[in-house]
Design a protein around this ligand. Structure first.
Ligand code: 3PY
Length: 251
């Protein structure tokens, strides 16, 4: 059986992931074969339907976990993402303790939450229903996104909510909420990011972040970030293609 993402998050090794936004099972298969620890299946932005996302999950190979970012903090979207077999969810724009509680409750079966029960891919269409519902609350990762100044302001209360397995920083939306859209390396945005990291470290909550390029990877890991989403499927295709085109033009 695959190592669960919650187990990986609790381990000491940093986890490398990338964002998948295209409805191509072959691409998610390839990225898992390339050795990523996890894939960030993005249903917030881009064209993925729930059926597309299921096909991406079905293609993932090796010990790679698939975590779905839902479009919003909504119990139906969270239930559907878990029912198609996601190893966990990322919930965008969680700005208050109440929103964090809602995200956790949507992802957990009673008595811990209010996820409703249905037969789907996650339960092997019913074949392993009892086994799945017995372990789901412990094994599925609930990751909230901190990506707004309001969330940074409310962070102590947010991090006090039971059941958060990880915090994923969205530097771009955070920069936008601070009137510095895209300027993620500006001092105020970096200070806010450092505050999130240090408060999570104090509570022993794993922190993840999105990096557009791999050049900041070492610095991120040194600063305590333990799970990373680096680049996107579209960026990999574009940059590979661009290198060939540039070499051709230069030659
Ligand atoms: C952000 O940078 O705002 C993100 O959400 C990245 O996924």
């Amino acid at each position: 059986m695959k190592t669960t993402f919650t187990e990986k998050l609790r381990g000491s090794r940093p986890l490398l992931g990338t964002i998948v936004s295209l409805p191509s099972p072959e691409l998610s298969e390839l990225l898992s074969l390339a050795g990523f620890d996890w894939l960030f299946i993005d249903m917030e932005h881009g064209p993925l339907s729930i059926g597309d996302a299921q096909r991406l999950l079905q293609a993932v190979k090796n010990d790679c976990n698939a975590i779905v970012r839902v479009a919003e903090n909504n119990p139906i979207l969270i239930k559907q993402a878990l029912d198609i077999g996601a190893d966990g969810i990322i919930v965008p724009l969680v700005n208050s303790a109440e929103e964090a509680r809602q995200a956790v409750a949507s992802a957990r079966y009673p008595p811990l939450g209010k996820r409703s029960v249905g037969l789907a891919r996650a339960h092997d269409y019913g074949l392993h229903f009892a086994d799945y519902i017995q372990r789901a609350n412990q094994t599925l990762a609930v990751i909230i996104q901190i990506e707004h100044q309001d969330a940074v302001n409310n962070l102590d209360e947010i991090l006090a909510v039971e059941g958060i397995d990880g915090v994923f920083i969205g530097p771009y939306d955070l920069s936008g909420s601070m009137n510095r859209l895209g300027d993620v390396f500006s001092a105020p945005v970096q200070e806010a990011i450092a505050e999130v990291k240090s408060k999570c470290a104090r509570k022993n909550i794993p922190v993840g972040i999105f990096l557009q390029q791999p050049d900041q990877l070492e610095a991120e890991i040194a600063s305590g970030t333990t799970f990373l989403a680096v680049g996107t499927d579209t960026f990999f295709v574009w940059s590979g293609a661009q290198n060939v085109v540039n070499a051709f033009k230069a030659g």
